[in-house]
Design a protein around this ligand. Sequence first.
Ligand code: SF4
Ligand code: SF4
Length: 462
Amino acid sequence: MAILTVRTVTERLEAVIQKRRTRSFDRGIDLPEHKHYTADKPTATLPCPQTVVVPLNQHTGETVEPIVSVGDHVAAGQKIGDLEEKWSSPVHAGVSGVVTHIEPRPFGDGTAVPSVVIRADREQNVPELTPRGDWESLDRDRILAVIKDNGIVGMAGAGFPTHINLDVRTKIPTLIVNGAECEPFLTSDHRIMVERADAVIGGARIIARVIGADRCYIGIENNKPDAIEVLTEKTRDLPEFSVVPVAVKYPQGYKKTLLRAITGKEPPLGGRSADVGCIVRNVSTTAAIYDAVVLNKPLFERVVTVSGLHEIARPGNYRVPIGTPLRHILEHVGVDLEALGGYKVVRGGPMTGTAVDTLEAPVVKAATGILVMPPAAIQPAYERVNPCIRCSACVKHCPIGLYPNEISQLVEAGTPEAAERLHISECCECAICSYVCPAYRQVTDLVMEGKAILKERRRRNR
Ligand code: SF4
Ligand code: SF4
């Protein structure tokens, strides 16, 4: 008995030491993973939707102009919206069919966004892709132009135009490909790494060429051993690549925490990862860059994880056209929409996604998942007025080391400018402060509100 006890204690100690040895970052939280519902589900397709609604702004930056008219027939992948403006990203038809409307349509967050509506012909005609075998002969500016022309934006939630991110003025020696996928339920990046490892590696080589990197790390959370194995095997003869397992912890996939976990470096306050010689790109975006530059394929479809805590007959990872209404997807994976009750449909992950206000909301380029979640997982807005009990849980877990309690109270008091001294703009919007708050305050919403007010004031004063 005594020996067993000693062994148990030793095993536990080893587990703790192992966890400490695994690369990670300070603070953050452990979340229930819920990835087993879909992690081993190969990417599948669904029947073509009858109609897609393609928003003309799916990125950070200017809304693009439609370049098609009502009545036009379009092919899947055809460019349908564009703008002669660096801070924009064109959009492409998700399906082949006829343009029926060009008008504002519900985005799912309470707003209406100018959109191109296409009635699908169900044949899903995609123009023949003409692979560009010679991408290595393209110069840096041409590669950036191809990335822009194919509408590539950050696909992990931010939607930042990739051609802007990669247009660096000086050589950036290190590229980190972000395969952490740290939010619960989501497994679309996981499947991309397992099923499209060559595209991930190829995309990483293209990025490295553009930014001048000579080291490439692929950071993957420990809970994806098959992805670690496949990518380790495929990069065995590529000395510039290293596959780095990182601890399962939220938000391991935020670029600055992953950067810290892998390199030990931290950008200065207000700085960017490029300030310490690194650029971090998500794996789905990296594969999309490969598709654009090598296969000449625009970003007109993506893989989303469909999962959650409601009965779903066929949870999984599905490749769907951009613009597909969420209703179409949920119906085809076996969700009884009449029996949703108070359950909410979230576009994105459970921590950073948005609970949509209509099932007509479309899949957008940055939508990682579609989750059906119980009401308890979604805090109602009135709870933001609860008083802070000064427990400091939000401070203890904030991955950036901020004081979310103080910041949120300054925003509530109508003085967000005072929160600048507390580095409000450094917030990565991970939602941990709301998640851990025992008073159910919507701390993250308040911090985001403060950031938005300050950003707008800065814009007006420019
Ligand atoms: S303040 Fe921002 S970074 Fe810190 S826990 Fe809250 S949401 Fe996350
Ligand atoms: S977790 Fe909530 S109650 Fe505790 S200090 Fe932060 S805001 Fe206040």
